[in-house]
Design a protein around this ligand. Sequence first.
Ligand code: SF4
Ligand code: SF4
Length: 329
Amino acid sequence: MSEVFFLSVADMNADSGNKLQTLLECAGIAELTGVVAVKMHMGERNNRTYLKPQFVKPIVEAVKRHGGMPFVTDTTTIYKEKRFTAMDYYETAFAHGFLPSSLGCPVLIADGLKDDGVPVSEHVEIARDIYESDSMLVITHATGHCASTFGGAIKNVAMGCVTKKTKKYQHEVTRPVLNQDLCTGCNKCREVCKHDAISESHIIDPDKCIGCGACIAVCEYGALSTPPDMSCELQKRLAEVASIVIHALPYTNLLYLNFLIDITPFCDCAEFAPEYLCPDIGVLASRDIVALDRASIELIKNFEADPLVQVREAHRLGLGDWDYELIVI
Ligand code: SF4
Ligand code: SF4
């Protein structure tokens, strides 16, 4: 049974932040040594509910107090928005306040200017700066997710610590399905696709499609739909890739924090919509990614599909214990 430490939202800022420091100490922040990748999502441009730098700064300070050398990091996206290249992402990160001067540590886009990764399996490349660190602290803004139902630490590792090739491998299972009988040939899908993945006869090119779903959203005739069992299949891919990443990293000093605040139905890649799955809950910390995501899901509760598929699969693949003890700080 694994320990999951919990600080309620009411206590997050109480006692001048000392309770957060207690949470970090109990969870084992002292074991993050050497160069520490602080993996997070710094928010897509029109998102407003990403985890703000002021939550990250005291965590960075705690890492430094124990002698670790942190850098805040993430990787570029496969969809063409404002984090598609490292240069795009630096602009977005800085616009969102993720500045070395405000965090107290550098900000590095871990796959660099050329989507650089270390191949560790047929489909998985770990972003180089994450692979070459000595420890990792995975800070996740837990949310719902339009394709995987839940986005927690497993998704942060699987989708966030890898190159575009590996992101695309996971998104293979979200490619739209076309019903030719319903298609009117209006071409709205072709106009919205930024990846030139839809032919004149509206056939989707699997090599070009990244499974973003933009075409489904604009098709007024129901001719495009998500594949059957998409959530289940994507969750299994997330667990598979998270398992490969965690087992292939040349270090085992890993700590996970899930922030359960501003819990939106969609992840921080999505534009802000004033909608929440539930009221703010608090922050959870654990050395066990399975226990942590399971506890987070069971506190949030309010999902339309089963979000535990990824957790069960991650447990089956040896990433952690199914049972946990919730220890309130
Ligand atoms: S948007 Fe829908 S109806 Fe229009 S061309 Fe594309 S698939 Fe066909
Ligand atoms: S999901 Fe649709 S819009 Fe997105 S890349 Fe594939 S074909 Fe293009």
